[in-house]
Design a protein around this ligand. Structure first.
Ligand code: GLY
Length: 434
């Protein structure tokens, strides 16, 4: 098969790496890709518009994807990130008769509009914390004052993981509302907000493949969203992941699969939005059971970099079956091991950062340890250099999370670039009972 993969992060590097192992793969083109992806696939330029882009820019993007798919004679187009899904890239490819892995814009609204997701959950009894949606600052601030607990303020639209502000006082919550609603800190994405009660518990990421009918669950994984050790500092797109969480009881895992993932896929189908692709609910496991924090309409990043090294089966076969509605015929197997992924970030991330810093140590990595590139490029002298906030995702596997952790940090210590920072506690609390 000829495959076109859209995206440029470590998630897409991990997907490309896993696809390369498939005997079904004839050619792989990734657009726009990065310096690491270019080592294992053709890369092609592609400008992916940001949320809020104008209709002309979006139309040009959709035309460019179709043209690239035709030029590469793609049998399957795989969409990595959320922004292209929200622009309707899957709808357009389907209309052109090109097979696509990724949901339609209507189905992807489960991620692109927090308000839609909350309303859907309310209509179908899917467990979540108390929440309300607001278009104006005064009513939102009054709601915050009325809550007997701390709250999380969430921008309604897509924000690359930066739209959930966890607050510890009503003053902090009102400051977040002012930033989003009055000062447009996150542009149009934050003019409507959802305010949720802050839930106590432990977070986990559930992932499942769906072809619209059949659901195949993946192992659970746990992201570390805050930038600094111990969960301190602002949220990022994700600083590291371990899988599986041994603290997650089997009965709770089953409740997530049944009452959240399967219930949501059924609800979307019933409401005329059948879902094809990966559904990734972010879950808080509370004393009262699992509650949905958010939905994502794609693989998590860096969850993918920890999950795919544990996948035994052929990823291309699975994705092809999702696109063609034949997932029930595929036997999907996972290895019974553990993985830890550590994200290496640019100085200043998730705030402002510089790029173009040469990266050393990439040729001094143990066999079996994986380095997935996120924001990287070749500089004018051909060296691999930084080109984004999150730069590299380093993953190791082992019999336990503890063993994978030791291996991954031994290798992280050999990689260097000016300003590099990372969390040193990814997976450290995995075995701590709750
Ligand atoms: N790691 C969180 C996300 O991909 O949204």
């Amino acid at each position: 098969m000829n495959v076109l993969l859209i995206g440029s992060g470590a998630r897409e590097h991990a997907i490309a790496w896993k696809m390369r192992q498939s005997p079904r793969l004839a050619s792989l083109c990734v657009a726009p890709g990065n310096a690491g992806i270019a080592q294992l696939a053709d890369v092609a330029p592609l400008a992916i518009p940001k949320p809020g882009a104008g209709a002309v820019q979006v139309a040009a993007f959709l035309d460019a994807v179709v043209a690239l798919a035709r030029e590469r004679r793609a049998d399957l187009v795989v969409i990595g990130p959320e922004d292209p899904l929200s622009f309707g890239v899957a709808d357009r490819l389907e209309a052109e008769g090109i097979a696509v892995f990724g949901p339609t814009a209507a189905a992807a609204e489960i991620e692109s509009s927090k308000a839609f997701a909350k309303d859907l959950m309310a209509r179908h009894g899917i467990p979540m914390g108390a929440c309300a949606r607001f278009d104006g600052y005064d009513a939102a601030a009054a709601y915050v004052e009325s809550r007997p607990c701390d709250v999380v303020v969430k921008a309604d639209g897509l924000t690359a993981g930066k739209g959930a502000i966890v607050t510890s006082s009503h003053d902090e919550a009102c400051a977040a509302l002012r930033d989003l609603m009055l000062h447009s800190a996150l542009g149009a994405a934050g003019r409507t907000v959802v305010i949720e009660d802050r839930l106590d518990g432990r977070e986990t990421s559930a992932h499942a493949f769906s072809d619209g009918r059949t659901v195949v669950h993946m192992p659970f994984a746990c992201d570390h969203k805050a930038v600094y050790d111990g969960g301190r500092g602002p949220n990022t797109g994700g600083m590291g992941v371990y899988s599986p969480p041994s603290w997650l009881q089997a009965s709770v895992a089953e409740a997530v699969r049944r009452d959240v993932t399967e219930a949501t896929l059924r609800a979307l189908r019933q409401e005329g939005r059948p879902y094809r692709g990966v559904l990734f609910p972010g879950i808080m496991v509370t004393a009262g059971g699992p509650r949905v924090l958010e939905f994502n309409a794609r693989f998590g990043d860096p969850e993918t970099e920890a999950l795919l090294p544990r996948l035994e089966s052929d990823l291309l076969e699975i994705m092809d079956a999702v696109a063609s509605g034949t997932l029930a015929s595929v036997d999907v197997r996972w290895r019974n091991d553990a993985s830890v992924c550590v994200m290496l970030a640019s100085g200043g991330y998730p705030g402002a950062y510089e790029t173009g810093k040469p990266i050393d140590g990439l040729d001094d990595i143990d066999s079996g340890v994986l380095v997935f590139h996120a924001g990287t490029k070749r500089d004018s002298s051909g060296r691999i250099a930084t080109n984004g906030g999150r730069v590299l995702a380093v993953t190791a596997t082992g019999a336990t999370v503890g063993e994978a952790r030791e291996r991954v940090y031994a290798n992280v210590a050999r990689i260097r670039f000016d300003g590099m920072h990372y969390r040193t506690d990814i997976g450290a609390s995995e075995a701590v009972a709750v």
